[in-house]
Design a binder for this molecule. Sequence first.
Ligand SMILES: Cc1ncc(COP(=O)(O)O)c(C=O)c1O
Length: 451
Amino acid sequence: MTHTTAPVSAADIDVASLSLEELWMPFTANRAFKRAPRLLVEAKGMYYTAADGRRILDGTAGLWCVNAGHCREPIAHAIAEQAARLDYAPGFQMGHPLEFELASRLAELLPGDLDHVFFANSGSEAVDSALKIALAYWQAKGEPSRTRLIGRLRGYHGVGFGGISVGGIDTNKKQFAAQLLHNVDHLPHTHDARNTFARGQPEHGRELANELEVLVQRYGASTIAAVIIEPVAGSTGVLIPPKGYLERLREICTRHGILLIFDEVITGFGRLGAPFAADYFGVQPDLMTVAKGITNASVPMGAVFVRRGIYETVVNATEQGIEFFHGYTYSGHPLACAAALATLGLYREEGLFERAASLAPYFEDAVHSLRGAPHVVDVRSLGIVAGIELESRPAKPGARAFEAFTRCFSDENVLIRTTGDIIALSPPLNVEKEQIDEIVGSIKSVLERVD
Ligand SMILES: Cc1ncc(COP(=O)(O)O)c(C=O)c1O
């Protein structure tokens, strides 16, 4: 598309004459999308505005990330101020006060001695950074043979080579299978048909954590660096950990000196009604990865939270000079730090994590009312996140849920998300009860029309 004057914001673009061809969209069926695009042009609070002017109720907090609702004034203001004051500062051998301030505030929020922070720009970068920290730790500690990484089937840890290797989603690996990390293995996932329509944490499956003992027997603990899991698996369709499972995994990791990494890119910042899943479940990891809600998605940012002893071991192992050869041009970017500080302020002032906790029973009742709706074979929820699993069409996995998604968007003005044949809901934490009813009612009505 040729412009006489370059457009400076979406408001300057005439959507009707927009060329869609040049952009290669991520995780999108590009050809189908470009034939029937779904464009969002504005957002406020719980709603998007679509290009055709419709208000769309956001049932997914964007991509599980806009936890305080859209375009919040204090965050927008903090970003604008910071952009005018200090747009960028190099992060290598230099620093700026906001990143230190943010790290301190985060450390106050974090459980136990998980009180050191390494900044990245996304969940994928946070995950790859965490895996590197684990390897660097064992080298520094004098156990360099601990290099094996254990993930879990159906786990999603972003799209870096580290993340897809420890991840357990086959479709994300198969185009790159020849070049994945070696020395990786996986625990079984925790989906268990005995738990269908369970409310909260399911009863069955604690023993699946014992599979880590099997891997320890197979490889030897002295070869295993870390286990990485999502406490609640999100992108694979919301799998809630069975009662006792995380505790058991923690116990086995501790017994064998294996680092436990919680990937809290989705569960972090209030999604379960507590600051982190680690708080909700009372299970402390050694490292934690976050992104998304850290800035309410307003500026990209990711982070790894690290236990003090891990940080100290790595930085004290080197006589002088750089201790950890890793970092990003935009680690601790001033705009992201400003956004994150304003976001933390909002979460605190509006009591959004507590709000999520008190709303969770209503949300649970609402999503479980879909039991009995056409095609629904399971419903799972915890805090303000839910998975509604549909029976797949024969030989067409994912097609039924995807049709529900497009119909919710075009007929019901509601944004939901699907993964395979599972509908995932994760509205902003300040969603109102009537809006929860509207989201669930829309899904019900669409399922009645989808074959
Ligand atoms: C648990 C988890 N880890 C990592 C990621 C990757 O984050 P990003 O897309 O910001 O790289 C995601 C994204 O959904 C996630 O859910």
